[in-house]
Design a protein around this ligand. Structure first.
Ligand SMILES: C=CC1=C(C)c2cc3[nH]c(cc4nc(cc5[nH]c(cc1n2)c(C)c5CCC(=O)O)C(CCC(=O)O)=C4C)c(C)c3C=C
Ligand SMILES: [Fe+2]
Ligand SMILES: [Fe+2]
Length: 315
């Protein structure tokens, strides 16, 4: 359809060190992601202050992974792969990236698409697990900007925690790692979320459990066993338990395979938190082998998951 575009939604990340502070200000300004103490009107100024305070530390981390987040590049590869899959199926719709906290943001993107004659949008989230902080936030911003631009949002792809192709994209690298480390304990690592959000009805934890259970039903029993832990806490509230750091500290002498969940591409929380910070924790704890499985990226099975779902819903 000539008037329809497919939008791949993700959080986005700072492409260089100058973008770190504005990225953090946008992130901490989002009340769907985090409610800072105080009235809603204070969140803007408060978020800019937090961004200023956190920027030096965050810049240091981004500097250590190459001077910025690879998320734009990684998501662009995913968009190209999805575009190719759709073209092979005879579909000609443009496939564009739409980020929540970094360019390309919805406002500018929709204005540009409107000039090109696009009137309808199919949102496809790069978040496998439904969560108010990620899926909800991205879809809400898109809805606001689409209304301003007079565009229609068609049904899209908003979560796929147990999609068989998505599971294939997790299963193959996990099996390969288990082949090399057959006695390893598998640790599924999901991004943490404040418990308050789960108690308010957020489906995220349930969806993470669904992926873990469906994947382990395929893998079957393994000698080292498996468990789920949560990474990337930010701030003094109660977060989902157990924290990955504590789990790793209790695994001395073992082989460990860490499977990142809730991320479909490499970014600061895989490349820095898992590969640098927690590798150090693992070394200190006396873990024998610490292996981190890659995020799906452009794995053909993951792209098949997105393409199949898009083809099912395109008019
Ligand atoms: C403030 C609280 C945060 C919540 C809640 C949160 C949830 C959440 N985040 C992701 C995925 C990503 N987060 C990224 C960056 C990032 N997230 C937070 C904070 C929260 N996230 C911060 C402070 C940052 C900045 C980076 C840092 O200092 O660690 C990113 C982008 C990373 C990049 O490469 O730039 C992603 C992706 C999920 C999936 C999630 C809840 C389910
Ligand atoms: Fe985070
Ligand atoms: Fe985050």
């Amino acid at each position: 359809m000539r008037d329809t575009a497919i939008l791949l939604l993700n959080l986005g990340g700072p492409v260089n060190l100058d973008q770190v502070e504005p990225f953090l200000a946008a992130l901490f300004g989002d009340r769907d992601l985090i409610r800072l103490p105080g009235p809603a009107w204070l969140q803007g100024p408060f978020s800019r202050l937090i961004a200023k305070l956190r920027a030096p530390g965050a810049k240091g981390r981004y500097a250590e992974i190459g001077g910025g987040s690879p998320l734009l590049r990684e998501s662009a590869y995913q968009a190209s792969a999805l575009r190719a899959a759709l073209r092979a199926a005879g579909r000609t719709e443009p496939v564009k990236l739409c980020f929540r906290y970094a360019a390309p943001r919805a406002e500018g993107l929709l204005k540009a698409l409107k000039r090109e004659g696009i009137r309808k949008l199919v949102p496809v989230t790069l978040y496998p697990h439904d969560c108010r902080a990620t899926t909800g936030s991205s879809l809400r911003e898109l809805a606001i900007e689409a209304a301003k631009a007079g565009m229609e949002i068609l049904p899209g792809v908003d979560h796929y925690a147990t999609d068989p192709d998505y599971l294939d994209s997790l299963e193959a690298p996990l099996r390969a790692a288990l082949k090399e480390l057959p006695n390893a304990t598998v640790i599924f690592s999901a991004h943490s979320l404040p418990v308050r959000q789960i108690e308010a009805g957020d489906p995220y934890e349930r969806e993470i459990h669904a992926t873990r259970d469906a994947l382990m039903a395929r893998i079957g029993e393994i000698p080292g066993g498996y468990l789920l832990a949560y990474q990337s806490r930010t701030g003094p509230v109660r977060w989902l338990e157990p924290p990955l750091k504590g789990v790793l500290e209790s695994m001395g002498g073992k082989d460990v395979i860490v499977v990142p969940m809730s991320f479909v591409s490499e970014h600061i929380e895989t490349l820095h938190e898992l590969d640098i910070e927690y590798r150090h924790v693992a070394d200190k704890a006396g873990i024998r082998t610490y292996r981190r499985v890659a995020a799906p990226g452009t794995d053909p099975a993951y792209i098949r998951c997105l393409a199949r779902r898009v083809l099912e819903i395109l008019p």
